[in-house]
Design a protein around this ligand. Structure first.
Ligand SMILES: [Zn+2]
Length: 261
């Protein structure tokens, strides 16, 4: 496949708490959210973003997540893993050149180490922070997901600026959007059909995107708010469609694989 397409996939869902998604609302209530990931086909090499929940969570989430499995419950089948889902649309594992991580939370690390030729791209600040998070952020990071000696990495340094155009052709642009985590990044993807802004967890619902509510799980409130404002500028300039990170209400409206943007 040599044309440029953006596919949206789902690796199951995650039961978290309502207050993880809506700050100070619904304290303690369970809330099920979709877990998306993204694949861009490109003539210079296919690109996976995030990869959803790692297959290593099955069959026993506690074995891989430890205490985090007390707070987060993954709902997925063994077939719902990014490698098999990519293969199902004809994207072979060895054709993936880059795995880009929006951030290193446990529901975004499914592609790490799953594609043999891939270089993994993450903000330097995200990687460094995930190795030594503050106590209130620690449950979201599973060190075994990303701290492995055989992985190839490219770290995006703060000094390189807020925007990183992966292939230099405007198709995939990484945008620094700290707040949800300190080194979070979002993505502007341009295909022949559409321009799509993947906020990922910089805005995990449309309520957050439209500034009707703050998200509950965040590292920095002020940075979170300012990153949404920054992405509004990106959206306006690019006239992009917006896909947020985990919105159960908006999710049915999003085009999923095998269809594409
Ligand atoms: Zn997250």
């Amino acid at each position: 496949m040599s044309d440029i397409r953006l596919y949206v996939f789902q690796t199951g869902s995650l039961i978290c708490k309502y207050h993880d998604i809506y700050l100070n609302q619904g304290i303690g209530q369970d809330f099920e959210i979709p877990v998306p990931w993204y694949l861009i086909t490109h003539p210079r090499g296919n690109v996976v973003i995030d990869g959803g929940i790692p297959a290593t969570c099955l069959p026993d989430p506690h074995a891989h997540w430890g205490i985090a499995a007390d707070f987060f419950k993954p709902i997925l089948t063994p077939e719902e893993n990014c490698r098999d889902q990519a293969s199902a649309i004809g994207v072979t594992p060895d054709s993936v050149r880059y795995v880009i991580l929006s951030h290193l939370h446990l529901d975004h690390t499914g592609a790490i180490g799953r594609f043999p030729n891939a270089t993994h791209i993450v903000q330097r600040q995200e990687f460094d922070y995930a190795l030594a998070p503050d106590w209130f952020c620690a449950a979201g990071f599973i060190r075994a997901d990303f701290d492995r000696p055989t992985l190839q990495w490219r770290f995006l340094e703060d000094a390189w600026g807020d925007f990183h155009d992966l292939y230099g052709d405007g198709v995939i642009t990484c945008i620094r959007t700290p707040g949800h985590t300190l080194g979070h990044q979002s993505f502007l993807v341009k295909t022949p059909r559409h321009t799509v802004l993947l906020t990922v967890d910089a805005a995990d619902t449309m309520d957050h995107w439209e500034e009707r509510a703050l998200p509950g799980a965040l590292a920095s409130v002020v940075d979170t708010v300012r990153s949404v404002r920054k992405l509004h500028c990106v959206r306006d300039r690019a006239e992009a469609l917006v896909i947020t990170g985990h919105d159960p209400k908006h999710w049915p409206e999003i085009v999923k694989a095998p269809d594409f943007y």
